[in-house]
Design a protein around this ligand. Structure first.
Ligand code: ZN
Length: 270
């Protein structure tokens, strides 16, 4: 295990993990915006921060009703806006084309998650805390700017979600390294567990394959995979390493069991 006792929460992990977004590939030196930075170029201003909240065990199932309850809970807690619209993206697996996308009333979006059997589904809504929405990262005063919440759930034994797509995968069986063959989905990617190593024919082994992020950080593949994840995108990096809102945190634990937080700073907005 590469993960230490403190898991992905450990201080410094956000720095090791940045940048990971596939959207960064065109930027050789993605810039992390500091909280106090008087000089910003237009390019820097476009960058955002994303926090991925995901089950701490990729082997733990997250059934569609659990995902729906999580999304419903975010509506009930006032994090999301029930009176506005939400966007639904759905990709049948294995993917044979582009995802279906449609807008629907947020109040109906939790129920729509239930219809995601055999698919990857992402439901999202952009809200503004200054309009009265509850901000789970608020720590002493309103922090203006948008929050883009997206819940991903993959209902398939064969595919997993990779919130931070690696640039390189090293086969645990033979040691061959190469660019992974991933399917892009929202701000994340999907990993096909049946894809075999081109050198030795072994299938992906989450316990042994190693993944290298764009930052150069190396992880066991299992540490980067999930069956579901909530992403929170925001214009400024939250001060807290961990979600400070106990109500939202409880909701995540009900849906995911224990959960980890992955930081992706200096990425392009979804
Ligand atoms: Zn191999």
């Amino acid at each position: 295990m590469l993960r230490g006792g403190a898991g992905r929460h450990e201080r410094g992990s956000r720095h090791r993990l940045r940048p990971g977004g596939a959207a960064c590939t065109s930027r050789t030196m993605p810039v992390r915006r500091e909280r106090v930075d008087p000089i910003r170029t237009p390019a820097q201003l476009e960058l955002c921060h994303r926090r991925w909240l995901l089950p701490d065990d990729v082997g733990r199932a997250v059934a569609l009703p659990q995902a729906a309850r999580l999304w419903r809970g975010l509506l009930d807690l006032g994090v999301l806006d029930p009176s506005a619209e939400a966007q639904l993206e759905r990709l049948s697996l294995p993917a044979a084309g582009q995802p279906d996308q449609n807008d629907l009333p947020a109040a109906a979006s939790a129920g729509a998650l239930l219809a995601g059997a055999g698919s990857a589904t992402a439901v999202s809504q952009v809200v503004f805390p200054e309009e009265g929405r509850r901000d789970p990262y608020r720590d002493g005063g309103p922090d203006p700017g948008y929050r883009d919440y997206t819940l991903y759930v993959v209902d398939s034994p064969r595919f997993l979600l990779l919130p931070l797509p690696p640039v390189d995968l090293t086969c645990g069986a033979c040691g061959k390294a190469g660019a992974p063959d991933l399917t892009s989905f929202g701000a994340a990617s999907l990993l096909d567990l049946e894809r075999a190593c081109s050198a030795c024919g072994a299938r992906h082994d989450l316990d042994r394959d190693r993944a290298t992020l764009l930052s150069g950080a190396i992880f066991l593949l299992e540490e980067l995979c999930a069956r579901a994840a909530l992403s929170i995108e925001l214009p400024r990096a939250p001060r807290d390493e961990e979600l400070p809102d106990a109500g939202v945190s409880d909701l995540l634990r009900e849906a995911f069991g224990g959960y980890d937080e992955l930081a992706d700073d200096g990425v392009e907005p979804a």
